[in-house]
Each structure stands twice: as C-alpha cells, then as structure tokens.
Design a protein around this ligand. Structure first.
Ligand SMILES: *[C@@H]1O[C@H](CO)[C@@H](O)[C@H](O)[C@H]1NC(C)=O
Ligand SMILES: *[C@@H]1O[C@H](CO)[C@@H](O)[C@H](O)[C@H]1NC(C)=O
Ligand SMILES: [Ca+2]
Ligand SMILES: [Ca+2]
Length: 317
C-alpha cells in the first residue's frame, strides 16, 4: 500500500512534467478489483459462475477494442438480435458492440488459480454469424504466459446455430502436478446484426475421489496427496478385505484444516456403522482397528483452505 502511494506520488510529480504519468496511473491505480488479490488456491473455489448474480467475477473482461462482455438478461436483450433461451437461469455473458456494431476481439480471463490434475471446465456457449466462420471463440490455458489451446469452437459459428451447447474440456491431465494457471476465452465478433457470442454456466470440476479397495492390504490418500486436497470434497474410501479378518488402518501422515476438513473412519461398510475415529488438524500417526472385514473412510473438506491431507496403509490382521 505504501509503495502504491509512493508510486502514485511520483507519477503525479511526473505528470506535471509530461505525459508519462498515464502509464503509471493505469498500472498502479486502476484495476483494484478485490478478487484480483485472492491467492490461487482460494481463487479456484470462486471460478464457477452462472452469471445469475449479474457479475462476471472472478472472470474479467480485458477486450482491447469496442467489443466487450456484458451480463445480459434474456428478457432484456442488449443487442437487437435476441439470444436463444439459456439452458438454465436467465442471465449469461454476451458480446456487445458499440452503436455502429464495430467488430473486434474479445478477451475474458480468470485470475490465476491452482488447477489440480484431472480438472475439467464445463460451460455453455452460443456462437453464430451471418457467414460461416465469421466469428471465433476459443478457450486457452496459460501457464506463466505460455498459452495452449484447449478447444476451438469457431466451427459452430454459422447462420444456423441457434442454440446453446455445453462443452467440457480437461484443463490439466490426470497425473500432472497441481499448477497455477489462467484460463482465457478469446473471441471475435463481427459487424452483422446477427453476429453473436454468449457464455454461461462455467463450472470447474475435480476428478472423482475415494475408491474401492478389495485387496488384503493397500494404501489410500487424500486427493492430490502430498499436494493440497481440493475444496468441497466428499470422498468415500470403501475397504473390504477378502478374508474374514479385521482391518488395521494406520495413518503415516495426517494434516487437514483443523475444525473444517475431517476424516471419519467407520467400523463397517456404511456411515450408519459405529465411528472409530473422526479427526481434523495435525495428528501424529493415528491408527484404528475394525471389528470386521469392512471399513469406510470418508474425507470431507469445506469451501476454503486446504493442506497436504493424509496417507494411510491398511492391512488384514
Ligand atoms: C479455429 O477453427 C477455425 C475453423 O473452425 C479456424 O479457421 C481457426 O483458424 C481456428 N483458430 C485457431 C486459433 O486455431
Ligand atoms: C504406522 O505407520 C507409521 C509410519 O509408517 C509407523 O511408524 C508406525 O509404527 C505404524 N503404527 C502402527 C500401529 O502400525
Ligand atoms: Ca446463467
Ligand atoms: Ca478447508
């Protein structure tokens, strides 16, 4: 903050002398969206947007020309060519042009967020144009400013595309390490009255978690371990050993957000079974033994703050 005030003071001083100040003012003072300050792991949990609240956050428009994204309500179109009825709700993002319908490029970006392996992004889109291929829409993944195209939807830009469609793309391959990334929709909207682009129902989904364990011994871990588990998880690990023995479950590492992210171990196959252990926070090698051959482990996390999680081995005894 002090630095910003200092730079502002310098820029004002420079402004007396010439035009250089405009660069300073633009870079330092203008884009104070509070969500730009969010750390990447928290940003991840904010990414979904159905635009029903009327705001684009944490996606933001940095389109360089007169074409921009606006949250439009189906009942009050901002452009004279109406959008098709959305797949759900009434609001969506739409490309709008100036009064002359000047064509131009569109850019819609996320803030930087941590992508986990297997993450998928789903969204509804509508793109049409008077002439085939007249408009463009592409989703790009940016890692340290290196961009990779995830999907190119420009092929749907035809005069007969009068419907919203849903698209799902993998943004980080299963097995990759968690990575801080930015997602960018690049678009181009032409000058015809019926040229249009819309986006809605953006959802980031993680890989399914938990699993079924039928061997006499094995290892289970929280999602992404030893990288942080994700938010809003509800993972079931169902252990059922082949012989009529008991199961010893031993956590060799355990650290979750204390009071918010829990592991519950049940003495049986369902959550109706007695609870053997329910823990959160840092725990040094917790260990339990069941009375029978079945054990259910449930891992839950809330909507913010995640830690390395846990790993455990089990054995038939
Ligand atoms: C996207 O696809 C269209 C044709 O469907 C093609 O003309 C265009 O060059 C593609 N854009 C990129 C960036 O690959
Ligand atoms: C559990 O695992 C830890 C670390 O691998 C080990 O040191 C400890 O002896 C084990 N405890 C039991 C009760 O098996
Ligand atoms: Ca919507
Ligand atoms: Ca948490």
């Amino acid at each position: 903050m002090k630095l910003k005030v200092f730079i502002l003071a310098i820029s004002i001083a420079i402004s007396v002398a010439g035009r250089v100040h405009q660069v300073f003012i633009k870079d330092v003072v203008q884009p104070l969206y509070p969500f730009l300050e969010v750390d990447p792991i928290t940003a991840r949990s904010l990414l979904d947007n159905d635009f029903e609240s009327g705001t684009e956050d944490p996606w933001y428009d940095s389109s360089p020309s007169t074409v921009h994204w606006i949250v439009e309500d189906f009942s009050t179109p901002t452009e004279s060519y109406p959008a098709p009825a959305p797949l759900s709700g009434t609001k969506y993002l739409r490309a709008i042009r100036d009064a002359n319908r000047t064509p131009g490029q569109l850019i819609l970006s996320t803030i930087k967020f941590t992508a986990f392996p297997g993450d998928e992004l789903s969204f509804d889109f509508w793109i049409r144009s008077r002439y085939t291929g007249g408009n463009a829409l592409e989703l790009v993944l940016s890692v340290d400013t290196v961009e990779k195209s995830l999907i190119n939807l420009s092929g749907y830009s035809t005069s007969v595309n009068l419907e919203w469609r849903r698209s799902t793309v993998v943004i980080l391959e299963d097995g990759s390490p968690p990575t801080d990334v930015t997602l960018i929709f690049y678009g181009y909207c032409g000058a015809n009255v019926d040229d249009a682009i819309g986006l809605d129902n953006i959802v980031l989904a993680s890989l399914p978690c938990g699993g079924i364990y039928n061997t006499a011994s094995g290892t289970l871990s929280s999602p992404n371990y030893p990288s942080p588990y994700s938010f809003d998880e509800d993972c079931r690990y169902e252990i059922s050993i082949p012989s009529d023995n008991r199961i010893k479950l031993n956590f060799s590492y355990f650290n979750t957000e204390s009071g918010f992210d829990f592991v519950t171990v049940y003495d049986g196959a369902t959550p109706a079974s007695p609870v053997l252990l329910r823990i959160s926070g840092y725990n040094s090698n917790p260990s339990v033994t069941t009375t029978g051959r079945d054990c259910l482990v449930i891992h839950t996390s809330d909507s913010k703050n995640s830690l390395a999680g846990w790993t455990a081995t089990y054995a038939s005894i």
